[in-house]
Each structure stands twice: as C-alpha cells, then as structure tokens.
Design a protein around this ligand. Structure first.
Ligand code: 3H9
Length: 715
C-alpha cells in the first residue's frame, strides 16, 4: 500500500494493514525528517483504503528511539515559527493516526522512547513485549516531549504517573508500564505479534471500546485546582530534591502538564509547544543535546580505532592486586573475560579477590545478579603468585605501586614471559608512558590504560599512546576497553595525560585562592553550586592529599611555567601535617563514619591553625571571581591539549571530563562551556587575573578565535 525507505504499509490477508518501521540506513529506527514525511504518505494511503484495522510493528530491535537528535541543532537554532513547523508535521501525523476510521494496535518489540513512545500513545492499543522498555527521556536532553506526550500521557495514565514518567525521564520496564497504565498488555516476545493481532480483531469486533478510548484522550482531565496544585508541588519538590535547580526541563514539564491538564486537546498541545520552545533555547538543552552528539562521536572514534585490532582479547591479566588491580580484574570478569591476577604476595591477592567479591556481593544483595552468576564471575579470576599461565594472555594490565622503577622492572619482567602478540598496558596516572617504555624490548606493544577509581563505577578509560606505541596496540587496547563496557578515549602521552593535566591547573587555581585568603569551604560551596559534584577541597580529600601532592609535583615538573608555585600550597601543608584526606579521617575536613558507614565531613579548627600563618588574612571572594579563578586555568589547559594534539577533538575531550571527573552535564564540558560564554568573553575573564601569571594566560590560538569569532563546535 505504501513503500518508503524507512517504513512500509502492506495489506494483510485478514483485511488488516501492517505499518512496519524499518529504517535501513540507520542503526535504530528514529523519527528523522524522512520518516516523518513517509509517515504522512503512509497515512494518506491508509485513509483512502478499505482496511478494517491497523497493526504497527518494527523490523528493528529498537522499536523507535524517538526523534532524530542529530536534526535538533538546525531546527532549534531557527525561529519559533520554524520550530513549530518542524514539530507540527508529526503532530498532525499522530492526530490523524488517532482519528483513522478503524482501530490501531502497536506491537512494541523493543525500546520505544521519546517520540517513539509518543507515537505509541497515539495508537488505540499498546501491546508490549516483556523484553521492551518505554519512556520519555526528553528531559535528559533538556527538553520535554514535543509530539503530544505531555497531553496524551496524563489522559491515559493519570496526572501523577504522567508527571513522574516525563519529569524523571527514565526508561521503564514492561511491568512498570502496565501497572502505571501506559500499556494494555505485556506478553512474551514470541507471542507479541499474535497478541497484537488478537487485540486488533477484538477492537474491530467491538468498536465502542476503542472509540471511547479516543474520547478519553481528547477530553480534558477535569482535575480540581486544589488537587492539581498539590500534585504539582509534590512533583516539583521531588525533582528539586533530586536534581537541584540546574536542570530546568523537568520543572517546565511539570508546570506545563499541570497547566494543560484541564484544557481541550488542541490548547494543551499549544501549551506543550510553548514549553518545548522555551526549553529549546536554554543553554542546558544545548549542552545536553551536545553531550548526546559528542557521545556519538566518542563511540564512533572508538569503533574506528578498534576496527584495526587483530582480534578480540580472549584472556587478560592484571599485575598487582591492590584496589585498582582488583577493580580491573572484577571489571574484566564481569564482562566475561577470563582474567589472571598476579601479585608478589598472598595478602595482596587476598585483597584483590576481596575487592572483587565485595563488589559482586553488593550486586547480589541489590538483586542485580544471582549468587550463581556472582560465583562464576569470581571463578573467572585466577589469582597467582607466579607467571605460569601469563603466556596465554592477550593483554596484560599493570597496576602495581605508582613508582616508575617498580613499574619498569615489573613490565620488563612480564614482557619476557609473554609472546610478541601480547600487548602490555600500564594503569599509571602520573608517569609518562614513553618513559616506562624505555625499559621494554617491544615498546610498540605498550600503551597506557588509565582507569579511574572506583573502576567499576567510573566509565572512562584513557588509552594513552606513547611515542613508540603502534596503531595495532592502540586498536587492541580500545577494543578491550569497549569489551569491558567502558568508554575509551585515546590521548597522546604527556604529564597527566588529558584528564589530570586539566585537573591540576584547577587545583593550582585553588591553591592560589587559598594563598590569597579564601576559605576552602566557600570554594567548595561555590563550585558545587556551579555544578561540580564536589568542591575542590572535598575532592582533594577524596582523591587523597598525598596522591594529589605527588601528582601536582609531577605536573609542576612537566609544566613549570604555569604549575610551579613558589609559595606554601594549602594541599602541601595538609600533606606535611599528615592530613591525607578521607583515607586517614582528616584532610581539609574531618571525617567520621555516619549512618550506613558513610563518611560525614565536618569542620576542623586544626585545618586553619595549620594554614593561617601561610596564607593572607581571610577574605571573602565574589562567586564570579571564584568560578573564574578556578575554571580559567582548566579551560586554558584544555585548549592547549587540543592545540598540541593530546586529544583528538573537542567532543572527545568534553566527554572525557564528563565521564572521568563528573564535569557538570548541564554545562556539557569545557569546550561547550567556552562556546556558551564566548571566547572573547572568556579571554576578558582570564585577563582580569593576568597578575596571577601564566596559568591565566589564554593561548594565542584562543585569542585568534576570540578575534575572529570562531567556535570549537560547528553546532
Ligand atoms: C524526542 O523524541 C523528542 C520528541 O518528543 C519530539 C522532538 C521533536 N537520534 O545507543 P545505541 C543512535 S528526543 C539519533 O548504541 P542501543 C546512537 O547514537 C529523543 N541517533 O543502541 C547510535 O549511533 P552510532 C528521545 C540515535 O541498542 C546508534 O543509534 N530519545 C537516537 O545500545 C545505536 O544506538 C532518546 O533520547 C536518536 N534518538 O540503545 C533515546 N537513538 O551508531 C536515545 C539512538 O553512530 N537513544 N541513536 O553510535 C537511546 O537511549 C539508545 O540508543 C537506545 C538503544 C536505548 C534507544
């Protein structure tokens, strides 16, 4: 009946028709412009036909992943009328679908998200495979559903459920969807089509039921003003508690939906568009949509690297069974790799296995893993005091003590035990990969794999290419990191690689502020308010002051012009007084075990008795000055990394900071933030602090960009 590139409609023998989404050109079905246009044509064909009922299916595993996010940039950048035009084509489609002269049943076989699920709500009945998931992830992109989702969902599932689904933006499993009233039936994947056809037949046989459903969706909900206000305030309160005030989308969604709940359908759609338009112009939406696109880029770069790998790793080895070694072994095992864990003493091996067991126990307790599966994961880790068996490993990841001589000796030793095809990697955070490589016979087979602590929770792994690292080694390392379920970002070798290289100038900004009389608690409060999960002093306590001081010294040797600080630094003073942070219960703050064993931080007057004779008299700094003095050094260092080719692109660098440091998502990363404030504005901000030295001096290239109004991202 209709044959498009992304969907087809064909008549079935029973007098029904089947509309099947199958976007052959894309990895998942999405509502891109082409699909939206083809849906209009398909509806033309259906409207003029004699069929009795419509079955909707997908030929792909993902039913429909929503609107095509890569089309948002141009659409959102245009004016209000153009955006309305962009949205209205599919709104008209969904309204037409809902008013066809015969019933429609959608068989949802996989993810139906955002616009994909909004499409399903426009059908008369939704039959869901028990393996599928549905929901409205739009708020995660800084927007709200724009194809009638905010209008149809309260009318189908009630206001409270609809607010929860839209404002939280989660994907929901089939059972939840049924209980909350978003779908009509959940069935086994094997019987999905059959169940959907049976439902269609009964809808055709008794049309009153589907017609009354349509009426229900078209009518206002008629909730009393008091009831609506109470539901709104509890939804707003819950979302503020969870997200703070940095994410406007859920709040706008809640207010929009409550304001529209008693309106006629068309007016409610207008209200939805107003909310959508307002959000589409926010910096948060630009950043969050930017994150999605940057993440796509990160994945495609990784896939490209991995495509040159000679073959997947079958067996991995970890040298050194400390916290990091144990975490890396766990991550390998949990992703199905057999892993060999070698240390020189039994107590360390016990610790490494204990680390892995602890993580598995937690997952079993949470119900995320069966005890049987946990046991088999643990059994995949073979602890050993010798190199026996190492020769069968395709990759060896060294995670011994952070001392160059020890790493060199251990890696040189293991190199003699493994075949030429095995690649070696170091999990160093502060030693140059090219330096460690000097101890090796086959430096081309060696790279850095910088995991972040705790390994199981932190998505990022820096794959560090030393001067002699071969392309094949990088390819295999990237492939293995992907296999471990982590996000690899390939960087070139330099002190601190990418993430620590930009973090330590930020800490230098912190030490300068402390020298000039700032209170670290103010700095934490302001930077947490800016969006960081922890302020700088708290972060230093979590990292470990000794570890941070060691890394800061390495970085200062690497980049003395901006990181050699000629005054007593607050971090170093803490270290000298054995205030090492959370690990020994006191750093900038004092830590005590609170409820559920969580460390609670408290003020400790002793911190100031150590600092006060070395810093200026305490003074209050304005919030803008604090943000500028902390962030400018990080941004300039990031620009240097791009200019020097340490990182391949702004997108990869921004995602590395999001995944490695918890950079505020709603700001989208350093480059995205620079883009938002503008380079000329940034240079002016930096110049206000030029008296603080090179740390605050934008690069020539940055000044050139400011002068020519150039940007890092094209959209
Ligand atoms: C929306 O619908 C708004 C509407 O209300 C109205 C707006 C006007 N667009 O993740 P995968 C790509 S907003 C573009 O590896 P999985 C993805 O980037 C939209 N591309 O598969 C990847 O590309 P590449 C709301 C998309 O099986 C490839 O497809 N929807 C989109 O692990 C494979 O994806 C969302 O936010 C998209 N919408 O997971 C859903 N979706 O191969 C976002 C996917 O180049 N998507 N791609 O790297 C997802 O959450 C996951 O992709 C999904 C499948 C769970 C569906």
């Amino acid at each position: 009946m209709f044959e498009g590139k992304t969907l087809t409609v064909r008549a079935l023998e029973t007098g029904f028709a089947e509309l099947c989404f199958d976007n052959g050109a894309k990895p998942v079905n999405v509502f891109d412009r082409q699909t939206v246009t083809e849906l209009s044509s398909a509806l033309d064909a259906l409207a003029g036909s004699q069929i009795k009922g419509l079955l909707v299916t997908s030929a792909k595993k993902v039913f429909i992943a929503g609107a095509d996010i890569s089309e948002f940039g141009p659409a959102f950048g245009a004016g209000k009328e153009q955006l309305k035009g962009f949205l209205s084509v599919n709104n008209a489609n969904f309204n037409r679908l809902e008013n066809l002269p015969f019933p429609s049943v959608v068989a949802i076989n996989g993810f139906a998200l955002g616009g994909g699920f909004e499409f399903c709500l426009a059908c008369d009945y939704r039959i869901l495979s028990s393996a599928a998931q549905v929901g409205f992830p739009e708020v995660g992109l800084g927007i709200l559903p724009g194809w009638g989702g905010t209008v149809r969902s309260p009318r189908l599932a009630g206001l409270a459920n609809a607010l929860k689904w839209v404002a939280e933006g989660k994907q929901h499993r089939a059972d939840d969807a049924l209980v909350d009233g978003f779908v009509d039936e959940v069935v086994d994947p094997d019987t999905l089509r059959q169940a959907a056809l049976a439902r269609l037949k009964s809808a055709v046989d008794s049309p009153a039921a589907y017609r009354s459903r349509r009426q229900q969706k078209a009518q206002p909900l008629m909730i009393s003003a008091d009831q609506a206000a109470a539901i709104e305030s509890s939804a707003l309160e819950a979302i503020r508690k969870k997200l703070g005030d940095h994410y406007p989308a859920p709040q706008v969604a809640i207010k929009t939906m409550v304001s529209a709940v008693n309106k006629p359908f068309e007016e409610a759609l207008e209200a939805e568009f107003d909310g959508f338009y307002r959000l589409s112009k926010t910096p948060e939406a630009r950043a969050l949509i930017g994150n999605f696109l940057s993440d796509q880029k990160l994945s495609s770069v990784a896939r490209k690297y991995a495509s040159a790998s000679p073959g997947p790793v079958r067996r991995a080895a970890v040298l050194g069974a400390g916290t990091m070694g144990g975490g890396i072994a766990y991550q390998n095992a949990v992703r199905g790799f057999a892993v060999f864990m070698k240390d020189i003493n039994q107590s360390a091996l016990d610790l490494g296995i204990g680390e892995a067991r602890g993580l598995l126990d937690k997952r079993v307790q949470r119900g995320a893993l069966s005890q049987e599966k946990a046991d088999s994961v643990l059994a995949a880790i073979t602890p050993s005091l010798s190199y026996d068996g190492m020769a069968e490993c395709d990759i060896v990841i060294e995670a011994v003590v952070e001392k160059e001589a020890v790493k060199k000796a251990v890696l040189a030793e293991v190199e003699r035990e493994v075949p030429e095809s095995t690649i070696l990697a170091s999990n160093t955070s502060s030693i140059l990969i090219s330096s460690i490589a000097e101890a090796l016979e086959r430096p081309e087979n060696f790279c850095g794999l910088h995991f972040f602590n705790p390994v199981h929770a932190m998505p990022l792994v820096e794959v560090v290419r030393g001067q002699k690292t071969s392309d094949v080694t990088v390819a295999r390392a990237v492939e293995h990191v992907l296999g471990m379920g982590k996000k690899p970002v390939v960087v070139n070798d330099c002190p601190g690689f990418l993430v620590n290289r930009v973090l330590f100038p930020y800490f230098a900004g912190f030490n300068l502020l402390m020298r000039d009389g700032a209170d670290f608690k103010d700095l934490d409060r302001v930077m947490e308010g800016w969006g960081w999960p922890m302020g700088p002093a708290y972060l230093l306590d979590v990292i470990g002051i000794d570890v941070a001081v060691h890394a800061a010294d390495v970085m200062a040797d690497g980049f003395p012009d901006r990181l050699k600080l000629d005054f007593p630094q607050a971090t170093h003073l803490m270290a000298e007084h054995k205030r090492l942070g959370q690990k020994n219960g006191k750093g900038f703050y004092l830590y005590e075990s609170g409820a559920k064993g969580k460390l609670a931080k408290q003020n400790d007057p002793e911190t100031w008795s150590i600092l006060s004779s070395h810093v200026a008299e305490r003074q209050r700094f304005g919030e803008d000055d604090i943000v500028a003095r902390m962030m400018v050094p990080m941004c300039i260092e990031m620009a240097r990394c791009l200019e020097e080719g340490i990182t391949g692109s702004p997108a990869e660098a921004d995602m590395a900071l999001l995944y490695g440091l918890g950079f505020p998502r709603f700001r989208g990363g350093v480059f995205r933030w620079l883009e938002e404030i503008g380079m000329a504005q940034f240079c002016a901000m930096a110049d206000r602090f030029s008296h603080l030295g090179k740390l605050y001096e934008p690069t020539e290239a940055m000044r050139g960009m400011a002068a020519d109004n150039r940007r890092y991202y094209s959209q």
